[in-house]
Design a protein around this ligand. Structure first.
Ligand code: 13P
Length: 287
């Protein structure tokens, strides 16, 4: 059964580790992530962007697929199904469809409007035991065609949003989605420390997990980050493994064209990437 992300993240914050949010794109992605979590006895969060939700034929399809897998694969570790960077309308649709967690990305609204909409969603989600993530300071890079500049959040605004009763807070600290440019200056740990000082026990969320060096991930966790989002890295691993298979001509040998064979190396590559992240984040055996 899907669970809210609240309890697993509070435990992670107290235990100084982070739970990975891995974004899903299709059946192979979902199965690879769930199996890896189970094999490593780790809690996990499946992230679904609005674009990926559309791609997978809507939120009801996603909920049906994930619930079916939890049962058939006998998944017993805590799993949350989470809307990633949701609009207000998207969040409502996911609450209706049976998601167990939502993110409302109101970072592009003036702070007053971000607060009003966040409050309303906390009320609606709260009635169903669904956890809520809010964002302050847009995360840079490109996601679903939306390009942000990599802002650094104002700690006072973070405190204001945290006090509304969200379960987890994403704050921009120079992190961006996708690959980091060569001239990237790194995460702003002074701001992260200030945010953590003001928000206390609130689990903090680090977006743009792809390509952040291991030592920065560890420092971020030590400063209160308890959820780390990873998307691009699984995509790159999947693409590289698939390319290798095709370039080796394996799709031309025997029944190598069968999708169950053609997609298998990519599937294994996602599993390996997810396991590596779980080790780095410290969530193994924390289910
Ligand atoms: P990356 O694609 O950079 O790993 O970011 C994922 C993310 O933050 C999803 O919200």
């Amino acid at each position: 059964m899907l669970v809210s992300a609240k309890e697993m993240l509070n435990k992670a914050k107290a235990g100084k580790y982070a739970v990975g949010q891995f974004n899903i794109n299709n059946l192979e992605w979902t199965k690879a992530i769930l199996l890896t979590a189970q094999e490593n006895n780790s809690p996990v969060i499946l992230g679904v962007s609005e674009g990926a939700g559309k791609y997978m034929c809507g939120y009801n399809t996603v909920v049906g697929m994930v619930n079916g897998m939890l049962e058939t694969l006998k998944i017993t570790v805590p799993v949350a199904l989470h809307l990633d960077h949701g609009s207000y309308e998207g969040a409502l649709a996911c609450i209706d469809a049976g998601f167990s967690s939502i993110m409302f990305d109101g970072s592009h609204y003036p702070i007053e409007e971000n607060i009003e909409k966040t409050k309303e969603l906390i009320r609606i989600a709260g009635e169903k035991g669904i956890s809520v993530e809010a964002e302050v300071g847009a995360i840079g890079g490109e996601e679903d065609g939306v390009v942000g500049g990599g802002e650094v959040a104002d700690p006072a605004e973070c405190k204001m949003i945290a006090d509304l009763g969200v379960d987890m807070l994403a704050a921009g600290i120079g992190n961006i989605h996708g690959k980091y440019p060569a001239n990237w200056t790194g995460l702003n740990f002074d701001v992260l420390a200030k945010i953590q000082e003001l928000t206390g026990t609130m689990p903090l969320v680090l977006h743009g997990g792809t390509g952040i060096p291991a030592d920065m991930i560890k420092t971020a966790i030590s400063l209160g980050v308890s959820k780390i989002n990873v998307n691009t890295e699984c995509q790159l691993a999947f693409a590289a493994a698939t390319r290798e298979y095709v370039e080796a001509g394996k799709d031309l040998q025997g029944k190598g064209f069968d999708p169950r064979k053609l997609l298998a190396p990519g599937f294994e590559a996602i599993k390996a990437t997810v396991k590596e992240k779980m080790e780095l984040f410290g969530s193994i055996d924390k289910a």
